[in-house]
Design a protein. Structure first.
Length: 345
């Protein structure tokens, strides 16, 4: 076999042995994971709101410049981007499972693409039981695990080939089977996000409520965190705990937007009581429209595209404005030291 043949990228059509082999080679090489290139400024949120009690993140001293992830510096410009510079990363997070986080992530991404004309990607980081492929009526394969076959020499063309296309955006779905989730680690996500920032204007990450290394890496790499909660007591308790954790880790308030999903008239906890319990302001409320959302998921078309003029659709559009707007960044600075080091150092 010639050198040219041995260096050729592995195609996703090859069998699963290539994936396992690539991961084994990567593990043998060792070394610290490289950090993503310097990211765009974070959106300024809640700047005029006085945060009570404990939400007062410490000021982190700037570390040395982060190492850049090794990716092709001039990838094929396969998609017509509108904005220059690195794309924005938006993580949709929740302290409690079942808050509607995946539905919100899919609809925010669809609204960003349609309303702002930005090249948009959705990445499903619920690696064991992700639903983003279902949200857009896409098959389960290809998926994140196919990208790993060529992770050490990842190119834009190969990454796009592993993504689904639907509703004028691209979807990188979760692995098709739960046991394959263990093949993906945070260093892989660093490489993938670095390249996605080059290819897309906006990248929306659908995370899990478990603060795994993957979820922490996603949050650390994000410009905006959309924190989703419901007005039910278990969700309020877990959201408060999540916000406290983010505060302890030094995540600035301007990086956060809190979303109250499914408020109902019969629930005794009003908005003022909820905010007092969370010790953090609610950015936006999404009305409870279960039948419409069930129909949307069944059709595989985000509700914001089916009925953009509805109250729910207009409020999702407001969240999309936050996700797409790079000019709302407080002082335009990002802390170079991520909170992963604080969490696990």
């Amino acid at each position: 076999m010639t050198d040219e043949q041995s260096e050729a990228p592995v195609t996703r059509e090859q069998n699963g042995d290539a994936v396992v082999g690539a991961i084994a080679d990567q593990s043998a090489q060792g070394g610290e994971s490289a950090r993503a290139p310097e990211e765009a400024p974070a959106v300024s949120l809640n700047n005029d709101v006085e945060l009570v009690d404990w939400y007062n993140p410490p000021t982190l001293a700037e570390d040395a410049a982060d190492d850049e992830v090794s990716v092709d510096s001039k990838p094929v410009q396969a998609l017509p981007r509108r904005n220059e510079g690195p794309g924005r990363v938006i993580s949709v997070i929740s302290g409690k499972a079942g808050t509607g986080k995946s539905t919100i992530a899919a609809n925010v991404a669809a609204a960003v693409s349609k309303n702002h004309g930005l090249t948009t990607a959705v990445v499903d980081l619920s690696l064991q039981f992700g639903d983003q492929a279902l949200m857009f009526d896409c098959p389960s394969s290809p998926s994140m695990v196919d990208v790993l076959a060529n992770i050490d020499a990842l190119t834009g063309d190969f990454l796009l080939d592993c993504m689904h296309r639907a509703s004028d955006l691209r979807i990188l779905s979760a692995p098709p089977s739960p046991e394959l989730a263990d093949l993906v680690d945070s260093s892989h996500l660093q490489v993938i996000l670095a390249l996605l920032r080059v290819l897309f204007d906006v990248v929306v990450l659908d995370t899990t409520s478990h603060l795994s290394d993957i979820t922490l890496e996603a949050m650390d790499s994000s410009d905006v965190l959309l924190v989703v909660a419901t007005p039910y007591l278990p969700s309020v308790k877990d959201t408060k705990l999540l916000l406290k954790t983010l505060s302890d880790l030094g995540v600035p308030a301007r990086k956060l937007a809190t979303v109250l999903n499914r408020p109902e008239a019969g629930i005794k906890m009003g908005l003022d009581v909820l905010e007092a319990n969370l010790k953090f302001p609610i950015t936006l409320e999404l009305p409870h429209v279960p039948l419409a959302l069930i129909e949307s998921v069944t059709d595989g078309i985000p509700h914001v595209l089916q009925k953009p003029g509805s109250d729910w659709g207009q409020r999702i559009a407001a969240l999309a404005d936050i996700a797409a707007n790079p000019t709302a960044a407080g002082d335009g600075k990002r802390t170079k030291r991520g909170f992963l080091g604080l969490a696990r150092g």
